[in-house]
Ligand binder design. Sequence first.
Ligand code: OTU
Length: 629
Amino acid sequence: MTQLNPGPHDVSRILGDLNSAGADREFIAHAELHLPRLHELFVRLYGERADGLERLASVVDLARRSWTERPRALKALDRERDSSPDWFESERMLGGVCYVDRYAGGLSGIRDQIPYFRELGLTYLHLMPLFESPEGNSDGGYAVSSYRRVNPALGTMEELAALAADLRRAGISLVVDFIFNHTSNEHEWAQKAVAGEPGYEDFYLIYPDREMPDAFERTTREIFPDDHAGSFVQLDDGRWIWATFYHFQWDLNYANPAVFEAMAGEMLFLANQGVEILRMDAVAFIWKRLGTTCESLPEAHLLLQAFNAVLRMAAPGLLFKSEAIVHPDEVVSYISPDECQISYNPLQMALTWEALATRDGRLLQQALERRHALPEGTAWVNYVRSHDDIGWTFADEDAAELGIEGYPHRRFLNDFYVGRAEGTFARGVPFQENPRTGDARVTGTTASLAGIEAGDAGGEDRVILAHALALSTGGIPLLYLGDEVAQLNDYSYGERPEEAGDSRWVHRPFRPEQRYAQRTDADTPAGRVFSRLTRLLEVRRATPELGGNELVAFDARVRPVVAFLRPGESGFAVLVAANVADSAVEIDALTLSGLAPEALDLITGAPVWLGAGITLAAHGVRWLRVRTR
Ligand code: OTU
């Protein structure tokens, strides 16, 4: 079947139906642009199924209705985004992320923080999962029981929509998670599927015995081994259901087009509340096929592209952010204007920590050299740490070129960051250590991992250095709110039964009131980190070279130095140089001789003479405006 074959659901027929149903002209224009693509994706995903293309017609109808209901202010935003499609690549972009309850008590508390967000210069606010979810452990809200109801402890959907509008007026785009790989076991669809209600039996992957689960598990990876082995959990009636993450997070079955249609409905509902960016959770896992790892299969991309095409018709101003914490080749495979326009940059994040531990900048330098480029119209989200663990997702083949062996290196990094290595400055906690595979990940706040908790002399500098990199490599820098006042690990999670088994809670502290109170006091770590970091934020906003994504690696010829140029207008560029060592290093005059000797230190505002080489202090970082000759 191809789209050229005439049939009741070919493109021209669906468009014709839209016309005769009197659909809005703007919607028809969107459909003319994006329906051919969606149709083709449906043929590839569902062409073999009798109901495949029927579903396409209902998805288009869903999109039409959603557009009709889309508030006027959001349609205006759609047009604005359309006329400046690179809006998210600006040097003025700055993201923040927080838990609604922990940071502000609830949605109204978040609203009260808007003046502070403006003071920081946020233009993007990711509120961690805020939907209805099971009592007790809900994986921090990543087990969603309803996409249309806000967790009553936080507020209501009406409040969320009002907050989105308030944020927008303050120049801040609201970002929420689209947790579409799985729902909680309490979601209405899950209940119906287990009960065998017609139309819902195939919403999840349920098997009567171990035959299929055993077959799949021969090639799948264990993601949360502390919770359960393998990829399946057993239901009360003895059957087995696919659960990649926690046992109460059941994977949806996207081979069923009814699931696509249902989730497209939830996505458009959220879009119409005023959400501007959807963080696409766990994208690698959304399609399964026997005999494969069931990660990043070609269909996972087709599905994302199909959701994207639906969005372009009914809420075109939105962006998708990919959350793929996997091999760097796979990470970039999700990034394109037709799929996810922005993506976490887990490689740069992990290698920043790698460099700080090893005092060797080469792996990070190599990644900036060869893995930083992105297609036009897309951007990285660069961050120092997230609400999740740090996984050492560098490519073994890259490391091998530098004589570094992947497995022992990851082991060293895990030991280093959980405080097991001799002379470590880090106070992290292990996450999901798997004795069978030797696999493990690390948790901890930025300040605790960088050495402030341990009282290491370089702690504050490392916090600044890590942020200075995330702020200068381009794309959208994302700040974990509270880290700007150097918040420390919170070990009290061990006393809360629903959190005790998940060490990520150690780095999701409640709003650190005391440290915020100290933020103007230069005699405290909070005050010093805050003033240095806010200076960097201010400089970034005023430095056009730091927007966009163009980056040219600069070989400083000193191992602990990571350096690159961010080109600007008429021969000017910003030279970023960071020293991960515990002592000062020199970049010599010869190395800098391709640059005019007169330069400007953007952070201090002082002129700099490159003619005699420059010194980088221990854990020091410089942003210099230079001119190439
Ligand atoms: C995501 O992360 C979320 O960020 C986590 O907070 C959730 O627990 C999880 O999905 C389930 O919803 O395993 O440790 O890319 O690394 O998707 C974090 C692969 C996770 C995974 C990632 C997942």
